[in-house]
Design a protein around this ligand. Structure first.
Ligand code: FES
Ligand code: FES
Length: 188
């Protein structure tokens, strides 16, 4: 292969990967915007009914972030692997990137924005601060929502049990010991 053809091959590959990256980055936001196939739905989020028009393929995660401006719910992997997008639906934790907004009408959805009572933090939010249970914060809202459910489910009898039932929530900063300690504190 000549230097010239190698240069062309690299240029094409580079341009192609940039185009794919740009398309993937734009896709969620575009999907969340209304189009001719959109439907009107009502989501009950943090105690308030929210009317919106979305395409049927829009995930609950994108509806929350892109349409309702509830950006406390984070998008990590967008395919059910990291838990950053965890919210409560009728009191049960789910990964909001794995469910469609249209499927969650008539449900009580709680996001991280709905946990505090005015200026009073939820006991688990306070415990996360006290126990220094985060670094970058990318996973934190998902960890807290999952931790709230973990406590409600009664899976807090030991550190091992908490680790097991929180295993769907990953932390790149490896704050796991502090997260477990915060959940143990709040469970008391
Ligand atoms: S963004 Fe939903 S599990 Fe990672
Ligand atoms: S605090 Fe950084 S990923 Fe968990």
């Amino acid at each position: 292969m000549t230097a010239d053809s190698e240069f062309k091959r690299r240029t094409v590959l580079k341009a192609g990967s940039a185009a794919v990256t740009a398309t993937l980055a734009a896709a969620p936001a575009a999907a969340a915007q209304p189009s001719s196939s959109s439907v009107d739905i009502t989501l009950r989020v943090n105690g308030r009914d929210q009317r919106l028009t979305v395409e049927p393929r829009v995930t609950l995660l994108d509806a929350l972030r892109e349409r309702l401006d509830l950006t406390g719910t984070k998008k990590g992997c967008d395919r059910g692997e990291c838990g950053a997008c965890t919210v409560l639906v009728d009191g049960r934790r789910i990964k909001s990137c794995l469910t469609l907004a249209v499927m969650r009408q008539n449900a009580e959805i709680t996001t991280i924005e709905g946990l505090a009572q005015g200026d009073r933090l939820h006991p688990l939010q306070a415990a996360f601060i006290r126990r220094d249970a985060f670094q970058c914060g990318g996973c934190t809202s998902g960890q807290i929502m999952s931790g709230v459910a973990c406590i409600d489910e009664g899976h807090t009898k030991s550190a091992d049990e908490i680790r097991e039932w929180m295993s769907g929530n990953l932390c790149r900063c490896a704050c796991y010991p502090n997260i477990v300690a915060a959940i143990q504190d709040a469970a008391k």
